[in-house]
Design a protein around this ligand. Sequence first.
Ligand SMILES: Nc1ncnc2c1ncn2[C@@H]1O[C@H](COP(=O)(O)OP(=O)(O)OP(=O)(O)O)[C@@H](O)[C@H]1O
Ligand SMILES: [Mg+2]
Length: 379
Amino acid sequence: MRLPLARVRVVPPVPDAATMLSALPVACAMISAENRFIYANPAAEQFFAISISQLRHLGLADLVPRDSPLFALIEQVRAGEVVVSDHDITFDSPRLQRRGVTVQGTPVTDEPGYVLLTLQDESAARTLDRQMNFRSAARSVSGMAAILAHEVKNPLSGIRGAAQLLENTVGEADRELAILIRNEADRIRDLVDRMEAFGEKPIVRDAVNIHRVLEHVRRLAQSGFAAHIRINERYDPSLPPVWGNRDQLVQVMLNLVKNAAEALTESESDGEITLITAYQHGVRVAVPGSKRRMHLPLVVTVRDAGPGIAEDIRDHLFDPFVTTKPSGSGLGLALVAKIVGEHGGLIEMDSRPGKTDFRVFLPIFLEDRCEIGSSAESD
Ligand SMILES: Nc1ncnc2c1ncn2[C@@H]1O[C@H](COP(=O)(O)OP(=O)(O)OP(=O)(O)O)[C@@H](O)[C@H]1O
Ligand SMILES: [Mg+2]
């Protein structure tokens, strides 16, 4: 007898465990009682930046320093036959550099001494969190800039003019003081001018060739503040144009290259700066004030071989007025974060002695979709 069609329910087959583990975006690796790799899913291959076929010839100690808290965690799992997790682990070895990793170790039934590890890099999530904060910090500067421009600039030009008059009328001893007043007034005016860049103006966008932007910045740098520094270029010439404002992108790259050059100069190192462009799959970010997520496939890295970013300012790096330089204003990175944010992009920092990376993720220009909303892909 044939059943009526409506009653037949086709139950899809359950994929096997290996297929599911392969699809899992979290790094999973199984290690033996001797801490050798038995299995790693594709996310783990990416995490360790080594393929499973190579990993199977390695022990954990080949990748992670022996004093890493990871070994203690694994021993705890074995000793208590329990799940153990640890947060904010740093891996810092020649083959593996990651910070802010959450690790979970689980004993494997039936396989004595085996431990299943999951490793999650939380730093990316935290970067996103901080991005949102940078944007609001920049916004608070924009309000203040408007007030300063109005309330400070006008009286300042009066002070400067008066000092200039005095310079010509007072005696030699007092002239120095008048010059000091004029110079300081100029310094305040420069600061206010820079803060005015934070003003809220709608951005005018077009297709921008990022390599031309970088080339322009490199030339500016080499003919001025970075004349003594070698700047290397590692570009992917096949990249599509960015959907952005050319002048603002020049400002972003110039600020990053200037910081890199200053880091090298201050530390008197003979290191170099490298500008890198690349295509990166899978970076999507929420567009502020909308439910859409934007695809940000183009990444520009400004790398320097300087001493790295001081530990105590890292959490506030993109806030305005954070600086370690005697004559710095601390507005460079705040402006960078504001412009990148307005482009719907992202900025990420990764720094240790000898290698500091600022990575800027940007949207690309799509011929048929020309405004920010429609170049975003909805979830
Ligand atoms: N590439 C880098 N290497 C080391 N430290 C850096 C780097 N880039 C930024 N920093 C640190 O971040 C701080 C803030 O940078 P930011 O560009 O916002 O301000 P600034 O360079 O101090 O002053 P300004 O850019 O306004 O002249 C710097 O003072 C410096 O300590
Ligand atoms: Mg700067």
